[in-house]
Design a protein around this ligand. Structure first.
Ligand code: PEP
Length: 258
């Protein structure tokens, strides 16, 4: 576990005005001023501003679930990076497997999105991860190599890019079947080596069926800088429990070091 551990809540296409407001209010009341973990809430676009208003004086940050690969113009239905920054977004999820699959997002599109996020000064939460077939064929690293291409291209061009890699094996998302500690450590080691060779201090977070029962095993992984939580982040109690457990475990670890 690293000095600063992140919990990113990906609410996906869930909630309504009241639910989203209540969820963020409850979280702020109980976790809004914790030094650990660093919490990022990613509501649906339409509720970004509402959540931002509730977060105002807390330590919790606002994230978006995606952005357009275009800057502005005749792109009906799209939301630009500039618009996100305008409403207070600091983090943006890019390349989530649901978007790669359902919206046919290719590496070219993802590269454009990463470039725009970089230009707008947001931190990209860049998702990668193998699907079940790739895992079964032993092709996890091959899949990761392919998915990492856009971010490697950008870093070579501009090492000041702000990017966090989210390792989210597709087979673990929303299935209740999280990756093992060994799986995560093995993949983290592989990713870290790639970024070490580029002299880029990469942070890696894990996503895939993280909940309040298994969070501690992920916090204990030294090479891991945080988690991204989908389903469990839709319940205030579950999300608060996750954050509280991270806080407690972090404090205990720091006390052991001192
Ligand atoms: C996700 O889709 O980013 C995610 C982590 O989902 P879940 O926690 O539901 O597996």
């Amino acid at each position: 576990m690293q000095a600063s551990f992140m919990v990113v809540a990906n609410w996906k296409m869930n909630g309504c005005r009241d639910r989203v407001t209540n969820l963020s209010h409850e979280l702020i009341t109980r976790c809004g001023f914790l030094n650990q973990p660093k919490i990022v809430l990613c509501p649906p676009y339409i509720y970004l501003e509402r959540v931002q208003e509730t977060l105002a004086s807390s330590k919790i940050s606002l994230g978006a679930q995606d952005l357009s690969c275009e800057n502005n113009g005749a792109f009906t239905g799209n939301i630009s990076g500039e618009m996100l920054v305008d409403v207070g977004v600091q983090y943006v999820i890019i390349g989530h497997s649901e978007r790669r699959l359902n919206n046919a997002e290719t590496n070219d599109i993802i590269l454009k999105k990463l470039s725009i996020a970089q230009f707008q000064g947001m931190t990209s939460i860049f998702c990668i991860g193998e699907n079940i077939v790739e895992k079964q064929l032993g092709n996890t690293f091959k899949a990761i190599d392919h998915q990492l291409k856009p971010v490697i291209t950008l870093i070579k061009n501009d090492p000041s890019i702000k990017c966090i890699v989210a390792y989210e094996p597709v087979w673990s998302i929303g299935t209740g079947c999280s990756a093992s500690v060994q799986d995560v450590e093995r993949v983290n080691k592989y990713i870290k080596q790639i970024f070490n060779d580029l002299n880029y201090p990469i942070k890696i977070i894990y996503g895939g069926s993280v909940n309040e029962m298994n969070i501690e095993q992920f916090v204990a992984i030294k090479s891991l800088d945080g988690v991204i939580v989908g389903n469990a982040s839709l319940s205030a109690d579950k999300l608060i429990n996750i954050c509280m457990r991270v806080e407690k475990q972090t404090m205990n670890t720091l006390a052991d070091i001192v």
